[in-house]
Design a protein around this ligand. Sequence first.
Ligand SMILES: [Zn+2]
Length: 92
Amino acid sequence: MFVTRLAPGFAKGGPLHTASMIPSDFYNDRKFCEHCQTYVSYLQSTEHSYCVQCGHPVRLFSETDWNAFNEALKERRPKGGRPPKDRNRESA
Ligand SMILES: [Zn+2]
């Protein structure tokens, strides 16, 4: 009796977690250095982080990404902020 066995789990098929292939922690261990104009490894101190390559302070996002981030936040936020109070008076 000759049975070719694949490794457990391999033959089951189905979609693999391709999304998890994205290095989701890329931004966790890298920050943007304006001097190097790229995302770099950094040294973490108590208040600031510094580029390991040039020693400049780094920031979480590049300015472009930061603006995009803020724009995304604005998009989510409803205009006016609070719901109108007039809705309480519908019986009046
Ligand atoms: Zn740098």
